[in-house]
Design a protein around this ligand. Structure first.
Ligand code: GDP
Ligand code: MG
Length: 189
């Protein structure tokens, strides 16, 4: 039976964050339900799709994972172009990765400003309704933690981002992360 008011949403989702923070692992956990301990971080397909069904909508994610370009701390604008959701990942055992995550967020916000100023003249580069999430990954490594939960939480709150602590290894909060994004997208559409 067809549900009334059910929407079909297709959404591009991009992953940002330092190399080694677990971006690819989070995607593989979500899409394949698996974790690979010795994954070669520079290798990997750059594109995945996954469908999530909510009561109010069906969301098809087109997930863009980097193929190691984040090593150079910059990503081509076409990587972000048209994204509906951005997931910025850091590793709770690395303060550097948290500092870098904040830079990725600033860069994303600059893309948004750029869009706002030039939207009449150029193609849509950014999206004012972009759903942004800050993800603190590797919570299974609690004993090696360098970034306190409150630090991540506070930064996310100040910048209007969702905040989630996850572990691609144990699967903690991984599905929740994508469900939360899907729910936000369904609400925004
Ligand atoms: P990326 O460079 O951001 O895509 O990071 P990867 O997904 O390639 O992960 C880098 C390394 O961290 C790999 O050896 C992963 O197995 C490991 N890793 C990823 N997520 C987790 C996690 O939640 N917990 C632990 N303990 N290791 C993780
Ligand atoms: Mg990767």
């Amino acid at each position: 039976m067809a549900r009334t008011g059910n929407k079909n949403i297709q959404a591009k989702l991009v992953l940002l964050g330092d190399m080694g923070t677990g971006k690819t692992s989070l995607v593989l956990r979500f899409v394949k339900g698996q974790f690979y301990d010795y994954q070669e971080s520079t290798i990997g397909a750059a594109f995945f799709t996954q469908i999530l069904s909510l009561n109010e909508a069906t969301v098809k994610f087109d997930i863009w994972d980097t193929a190691g370009q984040e090593r150079y701390h910059s990503l081509a604008p076409m990587y972000y172009r048209g994204a509906a959701a951005a997931v910025v990942v850091y590793d709770i055992t690395s303060m550097d990765s948290f500092i870098r995550a904040k830079r990725w967020i600033q860069e994303l916000q600059r893309q948004g400003d750029h869009c706002f100023l030039t939207i009449l003249f150029i193609d849509l580069l950014g999206n004012p309704n972009l759903v942004m999430v800050l993800v603190a990954n590797k919570t299974d490594l609690e004993t090696k933690r360098k970034v306190e939960t409150e630090e991540g939480e506070r930064y996310a709150q100040e910048n209007g981002l969702l905040f989630i602590e996850s572990s691609a290894k144990t699967a903690q909060n991984v599905n929740e992360l994508f469900y939360e994004i899907a729910k936000r997208l369904a609400k925004a559409c």
